[in-house]
Design a binder for this molecule. Structure first.
Ligand code: ATP
Ligand code: MG
Length: 376
């Protein structure tokens, strides 16, 4: 719970009609407010240098400085101050002007206590809300900065660890290569096979480290957003991963796709991953059917990629978007489990969302929501 000032509210009353100003000070004082009165706006201005007030109640028509100008001048010194303007009957237009200039409310003179008290208490509540809001915003800003700093540190850590792991690994690979080359022929077949397995494992580890480095880079590169022709991008990706389909029956169903707003090279990675997965996990199917769908929704554009492949257990759907999470064995379907983590990261950096649905053994569907582009 936020704790703010719980002291009695301090009210500054300014009215050039001295008797009225004094009466108001007295009456509000009796109702639990701490009041300070001035019959001149200049004197009131000087007073705020010394003391702090919560609420200004000022007459509109005063000789030196009218109530609106006074409120403006006071708020430039203390933006938390709220103001209520008093005005003679018949000048509602001016009262409206006063509110436009930042007064929270106005009171028509002559007024009764039963009218003024609720107006003051409402103005003070609004002030409290403003303060609470400002406090919350400051805390959110601080937390966000802390999180960003922690995130940066983590990224830097994972990228330097990956770098440091890579050097000794390259050594291992190098020496295994030498050993196999120099004495491979003379080794008993079982020993040779062991060395070859060690090479395979070390290469796999090298790939994992590369993936980790690329993943940590995705989090750091700046977003270069612009209009992206999704249809062209998808056609390009299918062209690129097409060779993987050699000898397979693959049916691509791609409708006309709209232009979206985003970073082309990052969005390309998204579709390389999603379409690549669809192609990989439909390998046992003939024909494999990979279908893209898009539809505008309230928040932006939804794009879904559906395939008739092996699917996955829906209970683990959210887990798939974490780094190195896989639901299929590497002997069956190769991969490191980094693709969807990249998809998640890229789409979130675009302000969007990702999700996954499946019926095990029948189909899988991956969806991304790209937020509406800014108005150009
Ligand atoms: N279209 C799909 N059908 C069924 N399962 C999928 C599909 N796409 C992803 N998955 C499951 O989600 C896991 C994570 O996918 P992800 O793309 O992150 O990794 P990967 O494809 O295994 O490896 P990488 O993308 O690093 O080459 C996969 O291993 C698989 O278990
Ligand atoms: Mg993948």
């Amino acid at each position: 719970m936020l704790k703010l000032d719980t002291m009695a509210a301090r009210i500054l009353i300014v009215d050039d009609e001295v008797a009225q100003m004094e009466a108001l000070c007295r009456t509000l004082g009796e109702h639990g407010y701490v009041t300070t009165g001035f019959s001149s706006a200049r004197a009131a201005l000087a007073a705020v240098e010394e003391a702090k007030f919560d609420l200004l109640v000022a007459d509109l028509m005063m000789p030196e400085l009218d109530g609106i100008a006074l409120l403006r001048a006071l708020r430039s010194k203390d933006p938390d101050l709220v103001g209520v303007i008093m005005t003679g009957e018949g000048s509602i237009d001016t009262a409206v002007e006063a509110m436009k200039a930042g007064a929270l409310d106005y009171i028509l003179k002559p007024f009764r206590l039963s009218v003024i008290l609720p107006v003051l208490s409402r103005a003070l509540s609004v002030r409290r809300l403003h303060q609470e809001n400002a406090l919350l915003e400051r805390r959110i800003r601080e937390r966000t900065e802390e999180l960003e700093a922690a995130n940066k540190e983590l990224e830097a850590f994972s990228s330097s660890v990956s770098h440091d792991l890579r050097a000794p690994l390259r050594h291992i690979l190098g020496f295994l290569g030498f050993a196999l080359e120099a004495s491979g022929e003379r080794l008993p077949p079982a020993a040779r096979q062991d060395l070859e397995s060690a090479v395979t494992a070390a290469r796999k580890m090298d790939q994992l480290i590369s993936d980790l480095l690329a993943y940590s880079k995705t989090g750091r590169v700046g977003l270069k957003a612009g209009p992206v022709e999704l249809g062209d991008l998808v056609a390009e990706v299918i062209q690129e991963i097409g060779p993987d389909t050699a000898g397979r029956a693959v049916e691509w169903q791609v409708p006309p796709l709209p232009t979206v707003w985003g970073d082309r090279s990052l969005l390309r990675q998204v579709f390389v991953n999603l379409l690549g997965n669809a192609l990989k996990f439909t390998r046992p199917r003939s024909p494999a059917v990979i279908e893209l769908k898009s539809r505008p929704v309230a928040e932006g554009l939804e794009v879904r990629v559906r395939d008739n492949g092996v699917g996955f257990d829906q209970r683990f759907a959210d887990r798939l978007f974490g780094a190195f999470q896989r639901l299929h064995s590497a002997d069956q379907f190769e991969g490191n489990g980094i693709g969807l983590a990249n998809v998640h990261r890229i789409i979130h950096r675009h302000g969007g969302r990702v999700w996954a649905d499946s019926k095990l053994g029948e189909w899988a569907e991956f969806g991304v929501l790209l937020p509406r582009p800014p108005d150009l």
